[in-house]
Write a protein that binds this ligand. Structure first.
Ligand code: AMP
Length: 249
């Protein structure tokens, strides 16, 4: 079985994101970029499935600018087998990414697609769901446990107030949550090996996908600055303030 893992290049989660002065988006020039953290977890899970003898090949796919190949190399250094880079200059939206991924699935015929539950730049949480709809495959989102057994995948999902256990028929699209695993670091020998692993290149147009944006960003704003708190001297003062100033009790 092949496993397809879509990996997105996003601003590194340690970077303090700055809004552009014209409010058209966020500053990307000279900003450290990295693999979307949820996608690292998906790569790790694919590697564990392969190590358990339940998959033969892990293919990484990234839709984005030329530098997305660095993101693919990061996953190849973790242990994935090969990559596919789909060149797209403009910002990618979930629907066009899902259409590109569908074209790759049609060609590669994987038994499983493991995505991140969301990309930390646009926070869309849509691509995996759209892909499963386009393919007509089962989907399991927000997985914090994945066990494959024959034609089924047993999934634990994090939901409000607890864990949900579901079973889906394979082939399926599974989107992974934070607590599924802890991704490994790439070792130096694996980083060297990754340089030789193949990355196929194509454009979205080659796959017949039009990536023209359907959404228009009207304005991007910094979140409002939090107001300073106060210290109260006693419980009665706290109750008084909650009652008469905040009017919440
Ligand atoms: P989103 O729907 O944008 O929140 O993204 C959810 C997941 O879809 C990500 O964690 C990735 O696994 C995948 N994905 C989204 N955009 C891309 C992209 N441009 N290239 C590859 N994978 C992507």
């Amino acid at each position: 079985m092949k496993i397809l893992v879509p990996v997105k290049r996003v601003i590194d989660y340690n970077v303090k994101v700055r809004v552009k002065p014209d409010q058209s988006g966020v500053e990307l020039a000279n900003v450290k970029m990295a693999m979307n953290p949820f996608d690292e977890i998906a790569v790790e899970q694919a590697l564990r499935i392969k190590e358990a003898g339940q998959a033969d090949e892990i293919i990484l796919v990234s839709v984005g600018p030329t530098q997305s190949q660095e993101t693919i190399r990061t996953g190849l250094a973790m242990g994935a087998d090969r990559g596919i880079h789909i060149e797209a200059d403009q910002e990618t939206e979930p629907l066009s990414v899902a259409k590109c991924l569908k074209a790759v699935v049609d060609k590669e015929q994987p038994g499983l697609v493991l995505c991140g539950k969301q990309a930390i730049d646009d926070d869309s949480n849509q691509t995996g769901q759209m892909l499963s709809a386009l393919l007509g495959w089962a989907q399991a989102t927000f997985a914090s446990g994945v066990e494959l057994a024959g034609d089924n995948a047993a999934i634990i999902r994090e939901v409000d107030g607890g864990l949900e256990h579901i079973s889906v028929k394979m082939p399926a699209v599974i989107t992974v949550d934070l607590r599924l695993n802890e991704p490994r670091y790439a070792s130096l020998p694996n980083i060297m090996k990754a340089k030789k692993k193949p990355i196929d290149q194509m454009s979205a147009a080659d796959l017949g996908v039009d990536t023209t944006p359907r959404l228009t960003t009207v304005k991007v704003e910094e979140p409002a600055a939090r107001q300073a708190g106060i210290k109260v001297g006693s419980v009665s003062e706290l109750v008084d303030k909650l009652k008469n100033e905040a009017k919440v009790i």
